[in-house]
Design a protein around this ligand. Sequence first.
Ligand code: ADP
Length: 190
Amino acid sequence: MTYLILVGAPGAGKGTQARLLVQELGLVHISTGDLFRYNLKNKTALGIEARTYMDKGELVPDAVTVAMVRDRLSQPDCEKGAILDGFPRTPVQADALTAMLDEWGVKIDMVPHIYVETGILVERLLKRAITEGRADDNEETIKTRMRIYKEQTQPLLDYYGERGLVVKINGDQSVEDVQKELIAAVKSIF
Ligand code: ADP
């Protein structure tokens, strides 16, 4: 069983790197952002609830998010473990994940932190707004997402850092070079 948690600010490249890592490690990629977007597209009750928060760049309430992740991690395709992308994002979510994994008798193996300077991140997100047209990539919500990341998600790096799990990855390189650094870090624990 291998559990990795990718941490990085919005625009740091977590999704891109997680998708590449999946091919390399054969683990399942669980992106809470993708799960919410899927529900939104299919107009499920969960999607309709999540939408109001996502459109403003705010976090979906912890209870909703945790229940969705628990459900996803309980699926049979997660039996070898998973790469978590965008979860946990708050201390409450981190505690819920720890409790969940304790219950199942498994542990988090590594928390790669993809680090990129704020100025570069904002530039990337504004560019993505034009190329991918994601509803939450506009100047106002980008500001909100960055603030929430600093306030709520960054403290998780201390939480996991104290447990010796955080490995810093330089995210300000080409996609291929970030991937190389990430794979080398992940492989070092096996
Ligand atoms: P980002 O590029 O900001 O990292 P994501 O695709 O991971 O974006 O998430 C998009 C939106 O989905 C977030 O702004 C938030 O509204 C919601 N979301 C994703 N993950 C979580 C989470 N763990 N807790 C609460 N809300 C979340």
